[in-house]
Design a protein. Structure first.
Length: 452
């Protein structure tokens, strides 16, 4: 008996330490069992308390009245299955007649408290079926990206969602995106993670960093073109627009429209071209868009109009030519001048890190989802990298990118420097190879071989 009283506190302390230091292992060993029991035991009472039940059918009431039996209870949604995951539980429900999937989405916070779980997210699977993804612990406190297959086809894992799923940046599905956030909110780390994820893929990276290149210049080994001031940016964008025109000429030449040709082989973009003719896709990363839109005199105003016009043109026409935009900035509103709202309308993907005021959040999500605006304003300053990601469909979720150090991103870009393609039009903007100072001598790093 004495040994039992000594063992129990030791086991309890070990469990608490496991829960604090390794929440994933705690969840897989103890938490998932306790949570599943709570959900199954409390299910009916929670559904009734949250107003997610329906009255019994009339024939049941009539049968109870005839048989002089008690009135049947309200019916809860039927549980199809309950599946544990590495971060929580997935509960799939069959709705009763008269219920709506929106009712479960509106009750997600009450379900979270009732089941004593960290987070509950509801989504409609198909007509009459709703899935509740319940997270057992705060997966965004210490982001640990699961082992995922490296992205292919311009699909890059960049962050972890609050429901434990991986958040991908898929350029084929969402060609252009906007990334806003205040200073020290995690924009640069998100961009760094994105570049490191794109480095192993066959893609041309074009960067615009008007802070003298301090953010993107260390990654220059993987960039086909890089501009670090507004004047160079104007020339680079004009050249990129001309390159886009050449790609469209190639597509038009190779459309091969004839009576005998199957419809599946007729193309209007680069992805249906033969592999030996397909141009390399281009991802354009703009580090701080406000620096391109500000003007202090007439000459700068003319340059600014030229830059914004080229960006709008690329956002409207670039997708079929394989040109994709990633625009970053602290603010992105109409105060930056004409053409900015037109550019924002073309940016389907939206990511908002911590912002200092509601107006900045409205610039990203005001025309999409008021709930996403509120979530962006509530991001804690002690959690850099946390963001709200959404798109023009109105769907959104909280995400947090892993902390990718600059050293890790540089090493990744250097390791894949041989993949950097050479585009003739962009060759004048190719960043110079970095140099290293070793034993008092300046030794240039060898220029990576061209892959295109």
């Amino acid at each position: 008996m004495d040994a039992l009283w000594v063992t129990l506190p030791v086991v309890l302390i070990a469990v608490l330490l496991l829960r604090w230091l390794q929440p994933t292992w705690y969840w897989l060993t103890f938490g998932v069992t306790f949570a599943a029991l709570r959900v199954l035991i409390r299910y009916r009472s929670v559904m009734d308390a949250c107003g997610l039940t329906v009255p019994p059918a009339r024939w049941r009431l009539a049968l109870a009245r005839v048989a002089n039996r008690p009135v049947p209870e309200a019916r809860s949604p039927r549980i199809l299955w309950l599946r544990p995951t590495a971060t929580g539980l997935v509960l799939r429900l069959k709705l009763r007649p008269g219920q709506d999937a929106f009712d479960f989405s509106a009750s997600s916070d009450r379900l979270r408290h009732s089941f004593s779980l960290h987070n509950v997210v509801s989504r409609e699977i198909r007509s009459g079926v709703v899935e509740l993804r319940m997270t057992g612990y705060d997966v965004l406190r210490r982001v640990r990206m699961p082992a995922v297959v490296p992205g292919e086809g311009l699909r890059v894992p960049v962050a972890l969602r609050e429901d434990g799923e991986v958040h991908y940046r898929d350029y084929r599905q969402v060609p252009h995106a906007l990334n806003v956030g205040a200073t020290q909110s995690g924009k640069s780390v998100y961009q760094r993670t994105l570049v490191a994820g794109l480095a192993p893929q066959n893609v041309a990276l074009v960067g615009i960093d008007c802070k003298n290149g301090v953010e993107l210049a260390p990654l220059a080994a993987r960039f086909t073109a890089l501009a670090d001031n507004p004047d160079a940016t104007a020339d680079l964008l004009a050249t990129l627009v001309a390159y886009m025109g050449r790609v469209y000429e190639l597509i038009r030449t190779e459309q091969r429209i004839s009576v005998a040709l199957p419809d599946a082989e007729i193309t209007a973009d680069i992805w249906d071209l033969p592999a030996h003719l397909r141009p390399m896709p281009v991802v354009l990363l703009v580090d701080e868009v406000a620096e391109l839109a500000l003007a202090a005199n007439k000459a700068e105003e003319a340059r600014r109009d030229q830059i914004v016009t080229h960006l709008v043109r690329l956002s409207q026409l670039g997708r079929a030519a394989g040109i994709y935009l990633e625009i970053c900035g602290q603010r992105f509103g109409s105060e930056l001048g004409k053409g900015i709202t037109m550019l924002r309308a073309q940016l389907t993907g939206r990511t908002a890190h911590r912002v200092n005021d509601e107006t900045s959040a409205n610039m990203a999500f005001g025309d999409i989802s008021p709930d996403a605006v509120l979530a962006a304003v509530q991001i804690d300053k002690d959690r850099p990298g946390t963001a709200v990601a959404g798109d023009s469909s109105g769907g959104w979720s909280r995400i947090r990118a892993p902390h990718t150090t600059l050293r890790k991103a540089v090493d990744t870009c250097n390791a894949h420097a041989y993949r950097t393609p050479s585009i003739p039009e962009l060759e004048p903007f190719r960043p110079a190879a970095p140099v290293r100072v070793l034993t008092g001598k300046v030794q240039p790093k060898p220029t990576p071989a061209s892959a295109f």
